[in-house]
Ligand binder design. Structure first.
Ligand code: CTP
Length: 410
């Protein structure tokens, strides 16, 4: 009964996959959740509200004007729910949600959500790949919603494509792993570096790299969600800052170095996800460099922030995590880096996966083990890294307790 005590609103849009919402409600209840259902008018054409009333013991809300709901049922449900999951989420429903409309029971409840919001899209593959749909999805994600699926498989008309709603059991599983992690990092302070650095050549030009910053921000968002106090030292990126996190904006490797070195001793965990430029131009021209026949640049080494924290750390941080992008000998190179930079964990990415995508394939390397993970979203990888961080934190607090006991006079 892993969702014991959790309150979940299931909101249905009008799509053929609505029949699967019946199984979703049952699955959530089987796991111990208390469930309420809201439906758009269109959804009632696919499955009857009575079915849900029978399952949950509460009427399904279909119409904000119905007399049974004296008061503001959408506000009440928004307050009540730990999570709201829209399944099936149709193209139309998500377009309306992304533009902030609240003209039916499902959207009005979403607008009042206090807890986490999940969408399980279901539509034809061409609708899913439509630019309007994709930009609405980005908007919803940027506001913190979690999009589950869709998956590739047979669609309503028999074609095979990406647009099929995730199976109810998988949706329940994803919601559970999202909700039950909450708070397991509470009381820890975590510093995360993210994004690229820009090394200025002159007032208008710089050397940089293609890092999007999404991996670091995903870790920040998940750590925040799991109860940690989070500070992001961020290179130049345009990503929403997870609500509640502190952000320190920097531009160059030297600025990032200064920001981290002046702070790291106050943190239990430091995670270096930034793609720091290894070199910077020896001189930064004060005026724009005029073009000539050719241009020779002299580059000098930047400080290695991870290695410096590794070398200077005493009691804090208890856990130091670095990233590595490797093209060959992944495990061995990562292990060398682990030792050289005195880190506790290296998240080693295969360079073939490239920078800037939505997914990552990584191997987690610590002093004793190397764990290859399958390809997964950056958000899922963030949780895997944080699971490991939590274990390392527990080990280190056990160690320091034993040391204190050992040192204490009898
Ligand atoms: N890093 C850092 N400061 C730098 C360079 C890298 O803090 N100046 C951190 C990155 O944030 C990352 C880790 O170090 O966590 C790995 O960086 P990478 O460039 O792969 O390490 P190197 O030892 O420079 O690797 P290589 O020798 O293979 O280039």
């Amino acid at each position: 009964m892993s969702l014991q005590g959790k309150r979940i609103v299931v909101g249905l849009g009008g799509g053929i996959a609505a029949f699967k919402a019946v199984e979703l409600v049952r699955e959530l209840m089987r796991r111990g959740a208390e469930v309420r259902v809201v439906m758009t008018e269109a959804a009632t054409h696919f499955v009857g509200p009575i079915t849900f009333a029978g399952l949950t013991g509460k009427p399904a809300v279909t119409d904000l004007w119905a007399e049974d709901y004296a008061g503001e049922v959408h506000v009440e449900l928004g307050d009540w729910a730990d999570a709201i999951v829209i399944a099936p989420a149709t193209m139309n429903l998500m377009a309306r949600a992304s533009s902030g409309q609240a003209n039916d029971a499902v959207l009005a409840t979403l607008a009042c959500a206090r807890g986490d919001v999940f969408f399980a899209p279901a539509m034809h593959a061409r609708m899913w790949s439509h630019p309007a749909m994709q930009s609405n999805i980005q908007t919803l994600r940027a506001r913190g919603a979690v999009v589950l699926g869709p998956v590739t498989g047979p669609l309503a008309n028999g074609e095979i494509g990406e647009g099929r709603m995730m199976e109810p059991e998988d949706i329940a599983e994803a919601i559970e792993s999202h909700l039950v992690h909450s708070d397991d990092l509470s009381g820890s302070r975590i510093l995360i570096t993210a994004g690229p650095t820009h090394e200025d050549l002159d007032p208008v030009r710089y050397l940089g790299n293609r890092s999007s910053g999404r991996m670091g921000y995903a870790i920040a968002s998940r750590a925040q969600h799991r109860g940690a106090e989070v500070t992001i030292v961020s290179g130049p990126v345009h990503l929403p800052v997870p609500s509640g996190a502190e952000v320190v904006r920097v531009r160059s490797a030297e600025e990032m170095h200064a920001a981290v070195m002046s702070r790291f001793e106050h943190f239990d965990v430091v995670i270096m996800a930034a793609a720091v430029a290894d070199y910077r131009p020896e001189r930064r021209a004060t005026r724009k460099i005029k073009k000539g026949k050719s241009l020779k640049l002299e580059l000098v080494r930047n400080p290695d922030i991870l290695a410096d924290v590794g070398a200077k750390r005493a009691r804090r941080p208890s856990v130091l995590v670095g990233f590595a992008l490797e093209t060959e000998n992944l495990e061995q190179s990562a292990r060398d880096k682990l030792e050289r930079k005195a880190a506790d964990l290296i998240v080693a990415n295969e360079a073939s996966a490239g920078l800037g995508g939505d997914t990552n394939r990584a191997t987690l390397v610590d002093a004793a083990t190397a764990t290859p993970l399958p390809e997964m979203t950056k958000r899922a990888l963030a949780d895997q890294v944080l699971d490991r961080v939590r274990t390392l934190l527990n080990n280190s607090s056990q160690r320091s307790r034993l040391e204190t006991e050992h040192e204490a006079p009898n």
